[in-house]
Design a protein around this ligand. Structure first.
Ligand code: NAP
Length: 262
């Protein structure tokens, strides 16, 4: 438990890539850290680097696909009043396609990308709302908007997190809790494995630049941050089109082009 006057940020998937950069940047911002992942040695390396910025960093070894481990992290979020920020970052990819993809691997992905961030965001939301402050950051993906490009199941997990974030932001607004979805494009991390070597350099962002942009979006109060999108108006236009569907998504009768039952 944190006995310092500093707020604490809990970051999942903090042992590498984007999560490790969040650990560095939030330490520089004066947060004590709770760093969660499976690889204890890599977590310790990230924690040691963070403490050079004068903050405390604790490591929690947890496999978020395992219900007992997940519940342990949830309990920490509910019970530790110093935690003021959750970065729901842990996530894994999947092979393209569905018909020939190992269903057990997909189930594991859904556990890490959907079940875990849902339970953790719910625990944080309850604790932060009671405290009247807090920040929840959910690492979605630009692929949430592009199911044709990669694994539809992976895209679906990230679209889920985007929808959850938009809804949770609305729910948390009266309680002083900020919610942000971050939609990175391809980012240079271990996520891509050797496949990353084949990605065009002009599509790949460094994790440091990605997290700095995401934090700038958070500081600006954005609900959804797409770090590589040059013109914010493109996202606003997409959202406006979605809004225009609204009044016609649920009506008493089918549209004329579908005919009417006699
Ligand atoms: N890289 C990209 O191009 C990209 C683009 C859009 C979105 N994202 C999203 O960004 C997030 C971070 O990805 P990254 O690129 O930084 O990938 P990464 O370097 O592979 O990091 C993934 C992190 O998740 C942790 N993790 C994986 N399975 C876990 C489990 N069962 N329990 C606990 N922790 C687990 C890993 O730690 P351990 O292995 O130590 O458990 C690692 O710290 C993910 O949600 C990813 O979907 C990435």
């Amino acid at each position: 438990m944190n006995t310092s006057a500093r707020p604490t940020a809990l970051i999942t998937g903090a042992s590498s890539g984007i999560g490790a950069v969040y650990a560095d940047r939030l330490a520089r911002r004066g947060y004590d850290l709770v760093l969660v992942a499976r690889d204890a040695a890599r977590l310790t390396t990230v924690a040691e680097a963070a403490t050079r910025h004068g903050v405390a960093a604790e490591t929690v070894r947890a496999d978020l696909a395992q219900p007992a481990d997940l519940r342990r992290v949830e309990a920490r979020l509910r019970g530790d009043g110093a935690i003021a920020m959750l970065v729901n970052n842990a996530g894994i990819g999947a092979a393209p396609g569905l018909a020939n993809v190992d269903p057990d691997a997909l189930e594991q992905m859904i556990a890490v990308n959907v079940t875990a961030p849902t339970r953790l965001a719910g625990a944080a939301a309850a604790a932060f709302a009671a405290a009247g402050r807090g920040v929840i950051v959910n690492l979605s993906s630009a692929l949430a908007l592009a199911p044709e490009l990669f694994s539809g199941a992976y895209s679906g997990t990230k679209a889920y997190l985007l929808n959850l974030s938009i809804s949770l932001r609305q729910e948390m607004a009266p309680h002083g809790v900020q919610v942000q979805a971050v939609l990175p494009g391809a980012t240079r991390t271990a996520f891509w494995g050797p496949a990353g070597e084949g990605l065009p350099a002009e599509m790949l962002m460094d994790a440091g630049e990605l997290v700095d942009a995401a934090l700038a979006g958070l500081d600006a109060g954005e609900d959804v941050t797409i770090p590589s999108l040059p013109d914010r108006a493109d996202w606003d236009g997409f959202n406006a089109a979605r809004g225009r569907l609204g009044p016609n998504l649920s009506r008493q009768h089918a549209a004329a082009r579908y005919g009417r039952a006699a």
